[in-house]
Design a protein. Structure first.
Length: 94
């Protein structure tokens, strides 16, 4: 996989922020890994040709996931606390 997206690869048209908690139902979710999706955190295929892939997340039960809002996590789209060293506020991953 390519390097972490960086702030220029956050959600399309959204200013970088700290971590974002997202409540998801049980099931399979395809999360955007390129930051280009017009469907927010969910993949819409905009990554095609970018060298990036979507992230498949399988949940056995409803869960809250903490997603990267600063674009610096090497585990993007998941938050790893990298925002703390990049001047963004907020708690780290749960």
């Amino acid at each position: 996989m390519a390097d972490a997206p960086g702030p220029e690869h956050g959600l399309a048209g959204v200013e970088p922020v700290g971590p974002v908690s997202l409540q998801l139902p049980a099931g399979v979710h395809h999360l955007c890994g390129c930051g280009r999706s017009r469907h927010g955190w969910f993949c819409d295929g905009a990554h095609l040709g970018s060298g990036r892939v979507f992230h498949e997340l399988r949940l056995e039960q409803p869960s809250t996931v903490v997603l990267c809002g600063c674009g610096r996590s090497p585990h993007y789209p998941f938050c790893d606390g990298s925002h703390r060293s990049n001047g963004f506020e907020g708690a780290g991953p749960a």
